[in-house]
Design a protein around this ligand. Sequence first.
Ligand code: HEM
Length: 414
Amino acid sequence: MGMIEGHMVIEPPKGVPVWDIDPYDPTILVDPDSYYAELRSKGPFAYIPKYSILACGRHEETQEVFSDHERFVSSRGVGLQDFHLEKPWRPQSLVVEADPPYHSKTRKVLMRALSPKATGALREVFQAAADKLIDELLERGSFEAIVDMAEAFPTTVFPAAVGLKSSNKRALIDYGAMVFNGLGPDNALRRKSMAMGPDIVPWITEQCQRKNTQPGGFAATIFEAVDAGEINEEEGEMLVRSLLSAGVDTTVTGIGNALWCLASFPEQYEKLKADPKLIRPAFEEVLRFTSPVHSFCRTADVDTNVAGVDILKGTKILCVLGAANSDAQKWPEPEKFDVTRKPMGHLAMGSGIHTCVGQNLARAEVAAVLTALVNKVDKIEFNGQAEWRPNNAIHALDTLPIALTRIGLADNNR
Ligand code: HEM
């Protein structure tokens, strides 16, 4: 059996077009829309020889593969590597890289820690932090919104919500970038991220220990499960690590992408100001429209068939969530950002048993920021060129120069 990028080499299945493209090319990663459209136009699957994978980008098949945990497993890795064939760069996640029945045990603990009740209790704290941040940014008028807003907010509220005794903003953000770049091929992005490992990984691993967490946070709930005998101490630490891996970069991206959408489509921001009940659906539309997680993989664990295509056991499938979320078969006029759309069924938070366990928290954080904006900010405008940052799994901005105008200021100046 031949190997490539840590997984089995496959021949193109009968009837599947061969597509000579590199989906991890930085020019595609920063501007993926035409790649998404071409992938969908190829049919349910395309065979990509560069990595010997199948890619899917139509909503129907992407959802089928992504959510069928029996045929398409996560325990063999959600990136290009197949953990049956190659050792992962870090100990395998006990949740996102696990299958039932084990996954059910760890997921249950995280669901308790991140329950609607636990995250709902943080609403006031999040709102106060968001109000303070937006007031400070309004004082400055213009700023670089990725560092000063999108990164600033989660790295202020999230470590406290987890119950970390100490925090390191840069390490948390760079660790997230590392985890997500780690899902791609052995390209420059992955190598650059991995090179940061010696500086970051020991710090992250240490913060996951019980002695470095305090009562009242999500970590405390996880360690209560240890005390109750549901999981052992090492598993508890690994679950805290899952929060630190998946809970920062994603939310930073959600906030940055939301701000970019509102600056790009000012008439949609007007609608949001006029009707703040649209804040929640508006964030769902941001998730659909910009797909913070652009692609994750699954591995076929049996010989199977999807949409008439025979798929061999061991095949790596790139599920391009960004393409599925812009499929016209699923949503009318998908290229339009519409805060009133209420896009039920988008795949930005996943689908099936691995659906994002932190989604209540992410939504609460972003809702606090959007609420502060609509209450205080009249106009959100670009103050320079926004640039996207290539990452092997995340579609996020690198720089976002923004100018805010305070509500009432225009009237006072008249
Ligand atoms: C906008 C923010 C977020 C986005 C777009 C997002 C996206 C996703 C996606 C697509 C998955 C599915 C992965 C798969 O099926 O292989 C997932 C799972 C997961 N997410 Fe999130 N996420 C976000 C925020 C968070 C936060 C704040 C946390 C933690 C506090 C978190 C923790 C997790 C965990 C632990 C899983 C694995 C769940 C499982 O395998 O059962 N996420 N997320």
